[in-house]
Write a new protein. Structure first.
Length: 590
């Protein structure tokens, strides 16, 4: 078993040995003294010895492509590696413990090992305990975890006594694996009566639709239904809220929570309101993206999320973020003296199977309006009409206001470089970009990357940055939290908010994450209707009224955490839930 105090990571996708002067090697003090800290692989990329590295960090700063990370571990305790992918590659310290009759949440930044932990617990990957040159051996793993619950877990995995079901993260891959309808998929798992029951519980409306034709939301619900239909001892559910609106998120959360009372469930989730509602305990994973991850001690969910927002794990004496994430104790200002920025008239838009009606409305200078509602009720269509991307069938958008638009679905232009895309924005201001966008949103390491090589979360951050860099009076952002982890969502919300204040501009922000909407919004625009058939827009409302109207339709109440003031979902039919519903205070009580 290998113990380390310093780790060296080479991001191979960033390393470009043909385009550099081997600065990492040439400027390394031990190398210049004849010590082979850095040697060369066959592909001319460096191999860094962690045992010989002195941790000076010169190679980090000299590398022109930010391809190297040298990290001293956050504390002086010996840390044991559970799994390591290579000598200068990602490694995971610790592993979460499934618990009978509980839902355990995993919370952490992208690239800190959540998916690796899921693979290890499912048996898809055997822990190599740091010996990356050899495949993991079950007998060594069982011996290492002797006397712990994890020993029994890995024993049961090895013997085949434990049945594990995994709900995958990327549900858009399902149609590539299974052909046929959603009903065909589910009836391969359960009986017809079981399928009808789960379809009713999850409000699946597309059972007889070919999987490749399903929306992301229906695919997600189908994947969760397939997972719940399977009989297993351990359920590993990776990002169940992706593609779902708030109402759908709560619906699936209740079903997963119910199952968790009898089974072992581990859930990876970035929507903090949903994670808080569904999990009894959680493990925070912290570290450096794509370099290392550490699994913190198990905490009660409330304490864990509060620690995450504080950026400090008291139990570990570790700071995982420089700044706290703060929520307002009371609703944002409800009286505005600012002038009207722009107005829109009553509008109608008709498609072959969908119709949208929009009330007239206005947005004030400096105001940020959150746009909420069920999927497929016209939010994106409304934003497109304001942006001038689509024209209404009735009503006319006479938009004299300069608009910047970030669409819901982002396409990367093949061959384009991130830095070139951002710096080509008209009126690009390097100082503003560096201080207000690049540093807060951690874009520096992406600047030399091709757009087509970015992950969904990285592409989203670049798209938000590109939108905010444009010279405009009104910014339209459609689902900016999609693909972002919990920390990135709060940073994106704070960045959008700060840029609006800095520029004195306004924004319409469509999103399904309650924390994101609560953090960023001054008021609310509400969409209702029958998904995929009709949509009606109401508002803008003041924040409290808008959220009350929205949550009343969803049938859920929120309270404020007494320490962080973050929104928390009340348990259905709890005393507080009933009391707030009687008073009509769904958002949170005074």
């Amino acid at each position: 078993m290998l113990s380390v105090t310093r780790i060296a990571v080479l991001h191979e996708d960033l390393c470009q040995p043909k385009n550099c002067q081997n600065e990492c090697h040439n400027f390394c003090p031990p190398v210049r003294n004849g010590i082979e800290v850095i040697t060369w692989l066959k592909n001319n990329k460096p191999l860094i010895s962690e045992e010989l590295c002195i941790g000076c960090g010169i190679c980090i700063h000299k590398c022109p492509f930010d391809a190297i990370a040298i990290i001293n571990l956050p504390d002086d305790r010996d840390k044991e590696i559970v799994h390591r992918y290579g000598q200068n590659d990602f490694r995971l310290f610790g592993i979460p413990k499934p618990q009978q009759g509980k839902v355990v949440g995993l919370l952490g930044a992208n690239g800190t090992g959540k998916t690796t932990a899921v693979s290890l617990l499912s048996g898809d990957l055997t822990p190599n305990l740091g010996d990356w040159e050899n495949d993991g051996e079950a007998t060594k793993v069982i011996e290492y975890f002797a006397g712990t619950e994890l020993q029994n877990h890995f024993k049961a995995i090895q013997s085949g006594e434990m049945k594990v079901v995994v709900k995958p993260q990327y549900v858009d891959q399902i149609p590539k694996i299974f052909e046929g309808t959603l009903r065909n998929l589910l009836e391969n798992i359960g009986t017809k009566s079981e399928v009808e029951k789960i379809a009713k519980e999850m409000r699946l409306t597309s059972l007889d639709t070919i999987l490749s034709k399903l929306s992301g939301g229906e695919l997600q619900k189908g994947a969760i239904a397939a997972t719940l239909l399977k009989e297993a001892d351990l359920y590993l559910i990776d990002e169940p809220s992706s593609y779902l609106d708030i109402e759908q998120r709560l619906l699936v959360s209740k079903l997963i929570k119910k199952m968790g009372k009898e089974k072992k469930v581990i859930i990876v989730e970035h929507d903090l309101a949903i994670l808080d509602f569904i999990a009894e305990e959680l493990n925070i994973l912290y570290g450096k993206e794509n370099a290392y991850g550490m699994v913190a001690k198990t905490l009660a969910t409330r304490n864990g999320i509060n620690s995450y927002l504080e950026g400090h794990l008291k139990e570990e004496n570790i700071r995982i973020r420089d700044n706290k994430i703060k929520f307002l104790e009371h609703p944002p200002r409800s009286s505005w003296k600012n002038q009207v920025l722009t107005m829109w008239p009553k509008m109608k838009k008709e498609y072959s199977n969908f119709s949208l009606e929009v009330d007239e409305g206005e947005i004030l200078q400096g105001q940020v309006l959150g746009v909420v509602g069920k999927n497929a009720t016209g939010k994106t269509t409304f934003v497109k009409m304001i942006a001038g991307v689509e024209n209404p069938d009735e009503g006319e958008v006479d938009m004299k206001t300069v608009v910047a638009y970030k669409p819901q679905y982002i396409e990367a232009v093949e061959g384009s470089i991130v830095g070139d895309v951002l710096r080509s924005v008209k009126g690009f201001d390097e100082q503003f970009f560096s201080s207000e966008i690049e540093r807060p949103m951690s874009l520096t390491t992406l600047m030399d990357r091709e757009m087509s090589s970015l992950s969904g979360g990285e592409l989203q951050r670049v798209a938000i940055a590109e939108c905010l860099l444009k010279e405009a009076e009104l910014y339209l952002l459609d689902e900016p939290s999609a693909y972002l982890d919990a920390n990135q969502r709060m940073i994106a919300a704070r960045t959008i908010r700060r840029v609006m204040e800095h520029k004195g501009c306004s924004a319409l922000v469509v999103d399904h994450d309650v924390y994101f909407i609560d953090y960023i919004s001054d008021g609310i625009i509400l969409f209702e209707g029958e998904s995929g058939k009709t949509g009606n827009m109401f508002g803008p409302y003041k924040m409290r009224k808008g959220m009350n109207e929205f949550l009343k339709r969803v049938g859920v109440t929120f309270r404020r955490d007494k320490n962080t003031h973050r929104p928390r979902i009340n348990n259905p039919e709890s005393r507080l839930d009933r009391l707030q519903k009687e008073k009509g205070e769904y958002y949170y009580p005074d």
